[in-house]
Design a protein around this ligand. Structure first.
Ligand code: IPE
Ligand code: IPE
Ligand code: MG
Length: 236
């Protein structure tokens, strides 16, 4: 993914090609209902499924979903294990449908740090969908923007001078269109180490809706808001 150029945006009316979501609020969703956090994460997976199903109808080329950050290792072991379990379950239950719907799966982040069985399932899913040409669903796993930029800068330095272009060419998102719109649910208004570089000129959209309650209609609402915005990229 390159540094966005003015011609990729517009004076309003543009359609978002690449949307990313910080899927936050599973824990609070559960807490409000006096349920275990694991149930919140389970409901969160259902919201992921709805997004994956809805992305094509909304005309999205790429939907990038923040599922596990490099900082999420700070959580208790049982919660991490619940999240890994849900991830495995999701791949097993939904891979066929995604493959049949021409979805290409992509992972950003250092997913190889996960346990062997998780890595194996992920790589199977990547292989299975690699030649698909429809919507790309990019899942951020063990992803941290600072880690990504450090890895990209290291690779760029091995090959020549470090410039914004050579760093961008080595980011995990290098093959994706520029990020248009970044959404965060649950009322928090921070990036939490997500797509810091790519968000340089992305539009931001925050909602109080907790992730398990987020629907394709909310996504459409965000995309409509995006279409109404004027992106100037520092020009006039
Ligand atoms: C987002 O929900 C899911 C992950 C970070 C994996 P949280 O678990 O962060 O939910 P809150 O923020 O505690 O409500
Ligand atoms: C960001 O949410 C990470 C994901 C959604 C995967 P967090 O809940 O981890 O972020 P903070 O800790 O509130 O910043
Ligand atoms: Mg959170």
């Amino acid at each position: 993914m390159n540094v966005p150029a003015p011609e990729t945006g517009g004076k309003g009316g543009a359609h978002a090609r690449h949307v990313a979501i910080i899927m936050d609020g599973n824990g609070r969703w559960a807490k409000k209902r006096h349920l275990p956090r694991a149930i919140g994460h389970q409901k969160g997976v259902e919201a992921v499924r709805a997004m994956v199903r809805g992305a094509k109808g909304l005309g999205l080329e790429v939907l990038t979903l923040y599922a596990f950050s490099t900082e999420n290792w700070r959580r208790p072991e049982d919660e991490i294990s619940d999240l890994m379990g849900l991830m495995k379950k999701f791949i097993v239950s939904d891979l066929d449908e995604m493959a049949e719907n021409n979805i290409r799966l992509k992972i950003i982040g250092d997913y190889k740090a996960f346990k062997g069985d998780v890595v194996e399932l992920i790589e199977g899913a990547l292989k299975r969908t690699a030649s698909n040409t429809g919507t790309t669903i990019a899942v951020a796993l063990n992803y941290g923007s600072m880690d990504e930029i450090a890895r990209a800068a290291t690779k760029a330095a091995e090959q020549g001078p470090i410039t914004p272009e050579t760093i961008a060419a080595h980011l995990d998102t290098a093959d994706l269109p520029p990020l248009d719109l970044l959404i965060r649910t649950s009322g928090e208004e921070r990036l939490s180490n997500f797509l810091l570089w790519q968000a340089a000129y992305a539009e931001l959209w925050f909602t109080d809706v907790l992730w398990p309650d987020f629907t394709a209609d909310h996504l459409k609402q965000a995309m409509d808001a995006f279409s109404g915005r004027e992106r100037r990229y520092g020009g006039r």
